[in-house]
Design a protein around this ligand. Structure first.
Ligand code: BGC
Length: 380
């Protein structure tokens, strides 16, 4: 009996370590790491596939913090990839559509790439006509991020970090950005951002997935029903720079206050749609209170897939894939046609640094920028 008692702690230790290593093994299966490709300088880029307990997957690479694929079930339980992207790294290096990427430092446009901050004028790279778009020529979408899988049996996550040097693309201050992608047990892709700086700067990152909820990328998104919780947009001029004013959506094609098919009014004779070649505007979220609220939803009747979007940001850019023209050869060789997917990008308003009426995007040393945006998937 004495011997048994002596052995008992040993037995418990053995049992605990076996259970721990078994559960750890299971956890590791929730995040699979594979080589995705090599950049011309030889750096290796890895793909991390997060899988939740319902079978949903998100494949993310540490180049551009890009979501390469996202699978979600349809009304019959069939999983399909519902985002545009490429099969190989070279295509992402060449890409100018920002498929699935984290965009920054500034999501969307800054007029003539110029802004005044604390009495000093800064000139950013010009990469879109005469304007600055999505962080410049080599934005966050073209950078190598460090990646740290966060193992969890229920909510696997990937933490990505990038340090953007002072004056990169013309922006002041060295900025450290972290993005945590979590695939939750509630079938959400949750994106949490933090940002810090060592000099006063501007900061407005966003996520740029192109969704086609049907999973069939040979179709358009024109029959998808979109709802956006916004009474107003920030109208643009013909170079897609915000005018600095707000415009009511009531009685215009921009009204998505009740779910409406994207294609219903997209070709209407309406100046804002002419400027954007379709929808390419920022909607001003009603009741913005810096908390995570439901701001938009998208429904595709054929598959029954329903996506709800939650965010703590004041705006959302709805871009109806107007610049897709069949030249981007995507996954499985599919050539992505005009309006074959759409983006819903949580953000502060475009060209805010130059628009006194818009919320501030200034980040100062000692402050921590935070953003949470969630895309939640279900069926109906
Ligand atoms: C912008 C579009 C742009 C697209 C791809 C969207 O966020 O609003 O104007 O063409 O990204 O770069």
């Amino acid at each position: 009996m004495k011997k048994v008692l002596q052995l008992c702690p040993l037995f418990i230790l053995l049992l605990v370590s076996t259970v721990y290593s078994m559960s750890n093994k299971e956890v590791l299966q929730m995040i699979e790491k594979k080589l995705f490709g090599k950049l011309s300088d030889g750096s290796e880029i890895f793909a991390y596939t997060l899988k939740n307990q319902n079978g949903m997957t998100a494949k993310i690479i540490n180049y551009g913090a890009i979501v390469v694929s996202l699978t979600a079930p349809d009304k019959n339980g069939k999983f399909d990839d519902i985002v545009l992207g490429y099969d190989n790294l070279d295509s992402y290096v060449a890409d100018n559509n920002y498929f699935g990427a984290i965009v920054g430092r500034y999501g969307n446009r800054i007029g003539k790439g110029k802004f005044l901050l604390e009495g000093k004028t800064y000139q950013l790279t010009i990469n879109n006509g005469e304007n600055h778009l999505h962080g410049g020529k080599t934005g966050f979408n073209k950078k190598v991020w460090s990646a740290e899988p966060i193992e969890s049996e229920t909510d696997p996550a990937l933490k990505l970090t990038y340090v953007s040097k002072d004056r990169e693309e013309g922006y002041p201050g060295t900025v450290t950005i972290t993005v945590v992608y979590t695939l939750t047990k509630n079938n959400e892709l949750k994106i949490e951002y933090t940002g810090t700086t060592d000099k006063t700067t501007i900061f407005n990152p966003t996520h740029h997935s192109y969704f086609n909820l049907s999973g069939n990328m040979n179709t358009t998104i024109l029959d998808n029903e979109l709802w956006i919780n916004a009474d107003k947009i920030t109208p643009v001029d013909n170079s897609l720079i915000t005018t600095g004013e707000y415009a009511d959506v009531a009685n215009t094609p921009m009204d998505f206050r009740s779910p409406k098919k994207v294609g219903k009014d997209i070709n209407a004779d309406f100046e804002q749609l002419k400027f954007g070649l379709g929808y390419d505007h920022n909607w001003v979220i009603n009741g913005y209170n810096k908390k995570v609220n439901k701001i938009a939803s998208l429904y595709e009747a054929g598959s029954g897939r329903y996506m709800e979007m939650y965010s703590d940001q004041p705006g959302v850019q709805f871009y109806s894939g107007n610049f897709l023209d069949g030249t981007a050869a995507g996954k499985k060789g599919v050539k992505y046609q005009h309006r074959s997917a759409l983006c819903l990008e949580a953000q502060c308003f475009p060209d805010s640094p130059n628009k006194p009426k818009f919320p501030s995007v200034i980040l100062k040393p000692g402050e921590v920028y935070k953003q949470t945006t969630i895309y939640k998937f279900s069926t109906k």
